[in-house]
Design a protein around this ligand. Structure first.
Ligand SMILES: Nc1ncnc2c1ncn2[C@@H]1O[C@H](COP(=O)(O)OP(=O)(O)OP(=O)(O)O)[C@@H](O)[C@H]1O
Ligand SMILES: [Mg+2]
Length: 423
């Protein structure tokens, strides 16, 4: 018996109520006229019914999204609104954000999209370089939505061995594989009614992608080793620092999954493209680090401040945060360039020993700078030690530096304080 074999007019029928009704009618008449259904026929009809239901849900999501956008307390973004007004308006709407943000228009764009997407159940894809705040954004979407008091489950797709992905995401039945000693629920079930954050989605192997796609379409999971289907209602936020379109071209990421996940797409700009946010972040993390380390906030020399305001932060906000914690840990009352890690300092870097009279030209400009700054650092330390007669503690006090950090620098240059003692 032939069942519903005509290919559906894709696109034409999908995502419109008329098209969906037409597909339901075909399903109904197939059932009405079927005298006997074999299991494969039933399976096929089920799949078709699932596909229709999935599209109904997407349509309803879309409508809720449109409604949510339309009913925002604030009117649609007025073109003449300044960035400051936009930020103030976000704050006035009690937008929940565990961090700080200023007037950068690109960041405000991302936050406004997140704010609008939050009350819907639409899947959101967040992309951006490492450390730009993708996970923070996922939490913001959860915290500003109706599921805020329900579970928020985070899964790092890049950290799960391929053989365990299915069980991690969907759970397993006891005895499903060696080592499955008990029934176990997966992350999707744990996120039921809440939000599941699929981090590093670009790392998910193709087989895992197929399974994820199936869940997105059917909103049901099956634990590994079980025939029972379990309905799950989890809002999906995915993140990646990869260019998924490129992965699609390379055949490493499924295009259909990309479109399912990226109904709303938020891109976080790298910190070097929103440098105007740096002063705010320095203050924010300066205070946070001081509080965490139970000390007074560290002041900065003008040279250090100028450097931090202009630095390119390849590790983005995470790097800025780590730097501020480092300064709070190493510096006395005032931090200076010398408190920065060697590979970050404007001029000094890894110990490169280039004798002053070396006839070898440096391999690159960067190396020349490193060598020169290294020599300057050494000369400065020698001079300092001489001035204090080899008393490291006194030099640390004069330079407002942490003593052990100074010791590390002396060691790096092979300098011994006793050689500077006055006899
Ligand atoms: N606007 C912000 N204000 C304050 N802190 C922020 C902001 N954005 C990000 N951060 C902080 O920066 C750090 C990195 O953020 P997060 O972990 O969300 O980045 P990510 O994009 O997920 O990084 P990765 O790709 O490496 O996983 C976190 O400590 C986060 O709290
Ligand atoms: Mg992350």
């Amino acid at each position: 018996m032939k069942l519903f074999n005509q290919d559906l007019p894709r696109g034409a029928s999908s995502m419109s109520y008329a098209g969906l009704l037409e597909r339901l009618e075909i399903l109904r008449s197939t059932l009405r006229w079927a005298s006997r259904l074999e299991r494969p026929d039933i399976e096929k009809l089920l799949r078709q019914a699932n596909a229709v239901r999935d599209e109904v849900m997407q349509l309803s999501h879309r409508e809720r999204f449109v409604q949510a956008v339309g009913s925002q307390a604030a009117p649609e973004q007025a073109p003449e609104q300044t960035p400051t007004e936009r930020r103030q308006a976000l704050l006035a709407r009690s937008f929940v954000f565990e961090g700080t943000f200023g007037d950068n228009p690109r960041l405000l764009d991302a936050l406004e999209i997140a704010e609008k997407a939050a009350p819907t159940d639409l899947p959101v894809l967040v992309d951006g370089e490492s450390g730009t705040g993708k996970e923070l954004m996922a939490k913001v979407i959860h915290a500003n939505g109706a599921r805020a008091d329900k579970a928020y489950i985070s899964v790092n797709c890049g950290a799960i061995p391929e053989s365990l992905i299915e069980s991690e995401l969907f759970g397993h039945k006891r005895g499903a594989f060696t080592g499955a000693a008990t029934d176990r629920k997966g992350k999707f079930e744990s996120a039921h009614k809440g939000t599941i954050f699929l981090d590093e989605i670009g790392e998910l192997p193709l087989q895992g992608q197929v399974k994820l796609l199936r869940v997105l379409q059917s909103h049901e999971i099956q634990r590994v080793g079980s025939d029972e289907t379990i309905a799950v209602d989890a809002r999906i936020v995915a993140a990646t620092n990869k260019n998924l379109r490129k992965l699609i071209e390379l055949g490493q990421f499924r295009e259909d999954l990309f479109y399912r996940l990226s109904v709303i797409h938020v891109t976080l700009p790298p910190l070097r493209e929103r440098k105007d946010e740096i002063p705010l972040l320095l203050a924010y993390y300066g205070d946070e680090a001081a509080e965490a380390l139970k000390r007074r906030p560290v002041a900065m020399t003008p040279a250090l401040r100028a450097f931090l305001l202009d630095y390119t932060y390849p590790g983005n906000i995470r790097e800025l945060r780590n730097l501020m914690y480092r300064l709070a840990c190493l510096a006395g009352d005032t931090a200076d360039i010398a408190h920065l890690p060697e590979d970050v300092r404007p001029v000094a870097a890894a110990p490169v020993r280039v004798p002053a009279a070396s006839s070898e030209p440096p391999a690159s400009l960067a190396e020349a700078k490193r060598a020169a700054s290294d020599e300057a650092e050494r000369a400065c330390l020698e001079r300092g030690l001489k001035d204090v007669g080899g008393t490291v503690a006194e030099l640390a006090r004069r330079w407002d530096m942490n003593r052990s950090h100074l010791q590390i620098l002396l060691k790096k240059h092979g300098l011994h304080s006793k050689d500077f003692r006055r006899h």
